[in-house]
Design a protein around this ligand. Structure first.
Ligand SMILES: Nc1ncnc2c1ncn2[C@@H]1O[C@H](COP(=O)(O)OP(=O)(O)OP(=O)(O)O)[C@@H](O)[C@H]1O
Ligand SMILES: [Mg+2]
Length: 416
């Protein structure tokens, strides 16, 4: 058992302990990631083959099947065992077709799970000794950076930050940027550019199935120099896309664009959570008021509880010039994360929205634009080796290199 690598996938975190108990090993001999999308990231990054992924009862069936399809394509030597806490009548054939090795009903006791995982380990180790395991998606050599923007309270300026940040990142890095509206019910990223989305959710999700560069840029709309927007008009009748499909869509964009900036929805929907799994930076936007900061602290707690690393988070204080007795230092002390930007309140913001032209394009030297350009320079400093001109000054700031490196999850538990 100590030779094998077994990873528990899905909330709650206690599923890991539960699995370790069932397998009669120490907890740190079992890995854990919070979702199927995080598991896909792990497989892409893995330095050592992963033998078995054991999916918790909280992992939804479409996400499990999507993960199985991904594993079949990129890590065919990894076995999947799906744990359910109900009988799975009808699921087994679909699961087997998708390449899932076993479906185990936990209500039947733990013996069945232990046997299933052991069988899966034997299968994976045999396979590995026969073939060279390919454990990275070789078809994608480049990987852009994903920055998601989230707020726990409506009207905080999330969409304003997302759209202007996308423009600023394109300007600062001189690279192509995707801006994505994942706020499916109320999205208005396009409005900030004076445009209407024309693609459908199906068009967007289909990009996750190996779309060409041409197709990706055709489905997106070039809304500003070097900025392609992806979104669909809200369709109340449509089923929200499965989280795992959203993950594939975002990965397709990440393969095509140097940076992808996402307006995540306000709730903890599947698509928001997947987006956080894939994000290198999660930018939390709040106003500088007690209620806003309280909401934000709660949101951060929730996101840390589901297993996202603290280093990934950044705070943007919007409308931050008001003298309200709270300042950035208070926020940093309460939240234990760095405040990356303070964006002042300005009537240029609503004016530019009415004009359909981002402030960063329309009034580049305004205080608001400078704050956002500054933020863009910090978020991208680590990737851009020789940023040009003014950006150099930003990159040289002591905070610029503080962004945590991508995590090496395997390192935490690998036995090798
Ligand atoms: N720094 C600012 N100065 C002045 N007005 C601002 C500022 N930031 C945002 N606003 C205004 O606040 C309103 C809400 O901003 P925005 O649409 O970005 O919020 P949101 O968080 O995306 O809201 P929702 O929850 O509805 O998606 C907009 O009318 C915008 O013009
Ligand atoms: Mg919005």
């Amino acid at each position: 058992m100590s030779e094998a690598s077994v990873v528990a996938v899905g909330t709650p975190q206690t599923f890991r302990q539960q699995l370790a108990r069932v397998l009669e090993v120490e907890v740190d001999e079992v890995g854990w990631v919070q979702s199927p999308t995080a598991a896909e990231e792990l497989l892409i990054d893995a330095h050592h083959p992963i033998d078995v992924l054991v999916l918790s009862p909280e992992v939804k069936e479409p996400d499990a099947l999507g993960l199985a399809e991904f594993v079949g394509r990129t890590a065919p030597g990894t076995a999947i065992v799906l744990v359910r806490d109900h009988t799975w009548n009808g699921l087994l054939p679909a699961a087997m077709r998708a390449g899932i090795r076993d479906v185990v009903d936990m209500t039947q006791g733990t013996e069945e799970l232990r046997e299933a995982v052991e069988r899966a380990i034997v299968w994976a180790t045999n396979l590995r000794s026969q073939t060279v395991t390919r454990h990275a998606d070789a078809s994608r050599t480049t990987r852009g950076q994903v920055i998601s923007v989230f707020s726990s309270k409506g009207g905080s300026g999330k969409t304003f930050v997302t759209s202007n940040l996308a423009v600023a990142v394109a300007q600062v890095t001189n690279k192509d940027v995707a801006v994505v509206d994942l706020d499916v019910d109320m999205g208005d990223v396009f409005t900030y550019f004076g445009r209407e989305p024309t693609a459908s959710i199906q068009d967007l999700m289909a990009l996750g199935e190996g779309a060409t560069s041409e197709r990706i840029r055709e489905v997106g709309a070039e809304v500003a120099p070097g900025v392609w927007a992806f979104g669909a008009p809200p369709d109340p009748a449509a089923e929200p896309p499965a989280g795992e499909a959203v993950g594939k869509f975002l990965r397709a964009l990440r393969g095509e664009f140097a940076y992808t900036v996402v307006d995540a929805s306000v709730d903890y929907s599947d698509s928001a959570l997947v987006c956080f799994d894939l994000s290198d930076t999660i930018c939390l936007v709040t106003g500088l008021d007690v209620v806003g900061v309280k909401h934000l602290a709660k949101a951060l707690d929730t996101l840390l509880t589901i297993g996202l690393p603290r280093e990934r988070f950044r705070v943007v204080l919007n409308r931050a010039d008001s003298k309200v007795g709270l300042d950035a230092a208070d926020v940093e002390r309460v939240m234990k994360i760095q405040v990356d930007a303070m964006i002042p309140s300005s009537r240029l913001v609503p004016t530019s929205l009415n004009k359909g032209r981002p402030v960063v394009l329309d009034e580049p030297s305004s205080e608001v634009s400078r704050a956002i350009l500054h933020l863009a320079a910090r978020f991208t400093a680590e990737r851009e080796e020789t940023p040009a001109g003014e950006v150099d000054a930003f990159a040289a700031q002591p905070d610029a290199g503080r962004r945590g490196r991508r995590r090496g999850l395997l390192g935490a538990f690998s036995k090798s």
